[in-house]
Design a protein around this ligand. Structure first.
Ligand code: PGA
Length: 251
């Protein structure tokens, strides 16, 4: 099955507003309308409204880096799915390993975030991945399976727009990416789990991105793997030239 590839730039906590606007302009100018892949930029929250405005005439989509697990209420500092939807934001990263590590986000809270995003027609990019000590202990599959099962309560119908991002924690920001074969092994297993849970049509259609030290120099070999449907790019998405080379990967 041909799945449309998705390239997502996760800017994390980087860039001033002016720098962000410049980066958006450089990317928009170099992503043609007829491109056969989806490009998503995830700037910090305060820049989202302007980012949506500046990408409106282009195929570039805008995503948030996080979303709150309730629609509204007394939750100082949080931003909810209906708020993002009201801005024209179309994607939301959920459960990035930095959120799990520094903000102690649990499987249960992440399941709620995914459900709220889907309820408001935001496409959740649900991140999971093992730490180095898990891999060394032979626990990679057990860890990613447990993390994935957090969203197994979702029905098959709601799951069609779910995007998974496999991001081994040891590969994030380290310059040490998983090899294409290491990533493919986990992606194939995740797809198998999705098929078991939601049936073969959903399992075949679900997009599974790879993240962790993706660069212009390794994107082509990663994207050549049959179960890698795109990439979540951190550091390399902060430079227009590097990110555009990734977007225009060969294949
Ligand atoms: P990196 O980050 O590309 O800088 O490794 C990826 C991510 O955290 O999404």
């Amino acid at each position: 099955m041909k799945r449309r590839k998705i390239l997502v730039g996760n800017w994390k906590c980087h860039k001033s507003f002016d720098e962000a606007i410049t980066l958006i302009a450089e990317i928009v100018a170099n992503v043609p309308l007829e491109l056969d892949r989806t490009v998503v930029l995830c700037p910090p929250f305060p820049y989202l409204a302007e980012a949506v405005r500046r990408t409106r005439e282009s195929p570039v989509k805008i995503g948030a880096q996080n979303v709150w697990q309730e629609d509204s209420g007394a939750f100082t500092g949080e931003v909810s799915a209906p708020m993002l939807a009201s801005l024209g934001v179309e994607y939301a990263i959920v459960g990035h390993s930095e959120r799990r590590q520094f903000f102690l986000e649990s499987d249960e809270c992440l399941a709620r975030k995914v459900a709220r995003a889907l309820a408001w027609n935001l496409t959740p990019i649900f991140c999971l991945g093992e730490r180095w000590e898990d891999r060394e202990a032979g626990q990679t599959l057990a860890v990613v399976q447990r993390q994935f099962q957090a969203v197994f309560a979702l029905s098959a119908e709601t799951t069609t727009s779910l995007v998974i991002a496999y991001e081994p924690v040891w590969a994030i920001g380290t310059g040490r990416n998983a090899t294409p074969e290491q990533a493919e092994e986990v992606h194939a297993i995740l797809r198998g789990l999705a098929m078991e849970r939601w049936g073969s049509a959903v399992g075949e259609a679900i997009r599974i991105l790879y993240g962790g030290s993706v660069k212009a120099s390794n994107i082509d070999t990663l994207m050549a793997m049959p179960n890698l449907d795109g990439a979540l790019i951190g550091g390399a998405s902060l430079s227009a030239a590097e990110f555009l080379r990734i977007v225009h990967f060969q294949g």
